[in-house]
Write a protein that binds this ligand. Structure first.
Ligand SMILES: *[C@@H]1O[C@H](CO)[C@@H](O)[C@H](O)[C@H]1NC(C)=O
Ligand SMILES: *[C@@H]1O[C@H](CO)[C@@H](O)[C@H](O)[C@H]1NC(C)=O
Ligand SMILES: *[C@@H]1O[C@H](CO)[C@@H](O)[C@H](O)[C@H]1NC(C)=O
Ligand SMILES: *[C@@H]1O[C@H](CO)[C@@H](O)[C@H](O)[C@H]1NC(C)=O
Length: 391
């Protein structure tokens, strides 16, 4: 009885509900006009608030916004002569058919003040893979003493490097210029003296050779350590909306290495206007030049994260340095298990940007190398290498 009553009550509620839903249908011309008006409003809004400023994305769903961004005409700015010339060269390099050499190699480019504390570890890493790699050393302070056969006679002509200044970028370009001379080099990895490999040579070789993107760290930081370093004197070619930040430790494919060599326009803007202490800003050229450059010329060609891990979690001026006591199997496995790339903005919102590390569409570990390891960790690393480096 009770259930039947409830059921009847339910029915009458239903009738009431469906009754209230019942409205006379709109006449056809009226709803067409309303629809057309709505579409017009949508178009006008999207045009007035370009999607790059993000405003339109508040009005519409982010998915609709993306579709729209593809649909909108490119911004109405007349390119400068230098820009047209630069785009023509870059377009040609990127679109030229690329034939892989019979024996593609990875160029390991070391940027160091002097001797390399982990040569013994690298020696073990390279052993048995002769012919698949080449080594270049840019020592900016003192002539290194080499202990590994793979490093002997691999010093290139070098010059002084001042942290934060364009001389850092110059050293990177010098390494690329030397490494490009070997036409078998296909991937160009920049490493520091405190970097160590996280995997076996074969794993790293396959990871880098079987993709056609470059691993350049790149994210948008609206805070003081990001856009706060931008100078309007870089206009018109470098707009604030394209200004990006990222760690300098890249791995680039051959076409991108050539493009970096070919660039004079963007490089000279950063050389002049991105320096510590210019107009009260502390612009660090090596943290902004390549991320911004690739954002402008080939945004889809870069992964947006660096394959070299570093721990910024202590939130100090410099990343965490690992001492002998820190280096354990667990630490290295922790680093190699990371498969999401994380960036934090420097404004008060401290927005955390995360994206999965996608390798040819598959989520994989992000990092192939790690820094900063102090020289006294060498013995521990040598001891553990065979164990931790197997994928
Ligand atoms: C890069 O490789 C992916 C898949 O491996 C392919 O879909 C894409 O067309 C390639 N892009 C270029 C520029 O070669
Ligand atoms: C990197 O970010 C840019 C946007 O800044 C995007 O267009 C590009 O697809 C991203 N790269 C990859 C491999 O997802
Ligand atoms: C490894 O990661 C786990 C979980 O995040 C953490 O609890 C542990 O302290 C880490 N160990 C080392 C040595 O970093
Ligand atoms: C590496 O060492 C860890 C801890 O010492 C051990 O659990 C693991 O089985 C070892 N793995 C290999 C591949 O030797």
């Amino acid at each position: 009885m009770k259930t039947a009553k409830v059921w009847r009550l339910g029915m009458s509620e239903m009738q009431k509900l469906s009754g209230s839903r019942h409205r006379p249908p709109l006449k056809r011309p009226l709803w067409i006009i309303v629809l057309v008006l709505f579409v017009c409003l949508f178009l006008i809004c999207a045009y007035i608030y370009p999607t790059s400023s993000g405003s339109a994305c508040y009005v519409f769903t982010s998915k609709g916004c993306k579709v729209f961004a593809d649909w909108l005409p490119p911004p109405e700015r007349e390119y400068t002569d230098a820009e047209i010339a630069s785009r023509a060269v870059i377009h040609d390099i990127l679109n030229a058919p690329h034939v892989l050499p019979k024996n593609p190699k990875i160029a390991f480019m070391f940027l160091t003040p002097g001797s390399l504390p982990f040569e013994k570890l690298w020696d073990r890493f390279f052993q048995g893979h002769e012919g698949k790699f080449s080594v270049y050393v840019h020592a900016s302070k003192t002539k290194p003493v080499h202990v590994s056969r793979y490093f002997i006679n691999r010093d290139i002509r070098s010059d002084e490097v001042v942290w934060g200044k364009i001389s850092m970028v110059d050293a990177e370009r010098r390494l690329l210029a030397n490494a490009l001379q070997d036409s078998d080099n296909e991937q160009f990895v920049l490493l520091s003296e405190s970097c160590v490999p996280l995997y076996t040579f074969d794993y790293i070789y396959n990871y880098l050779m079987n993709t056609n993107i470059s691993y350049v760290d790149c994210f948008k930081d609206p805070g003081p350590h990001g856009n706060g370093r931008y100078s309007e004197r870089m206009l018109p070619e470098v707009e604030m909306k394209n200004f990006r930040k990222g760690a300098q430790w890249f791995s680039v494919k051959r076409q991108h290495a050539v493009i970096i060599m070919a660039d004079n326009l963007y490089y000279s803007k950063f050389r002049t206007f991105c320096q510590p202490g210019v107009e009260g800003r502390n612009c660090i050229a090596d943290e902004h030049y390549l991320p911004t450059f690739f954002r402008i010329i080939d945004p889809k060609g870069i992964a947006n994260w660096s394959i070299t891990h570093v721990d910024w979690s202590e939130r100090k001026w410099h990343p965490k340095s690992y001492g002998a006591g820190d280096v354990t199997y667990e630490l290295l496995k922790n680093i190699t298990s990371i498969d999401v790339s994380v960036h934090v903005t420097s404004d008060e919102r401290r927005e955390v940007q995360r994206w999965p590390c996608l390798w040819n569409g598959i989520q994989k570990p992000c990092y192939l190398f790690a820094r900063k390891f102090t020289p006294e960790t060498l013995d521990n690393l040598l001891h553990l290498f065979a164990n931790y480096s197997s994928p």
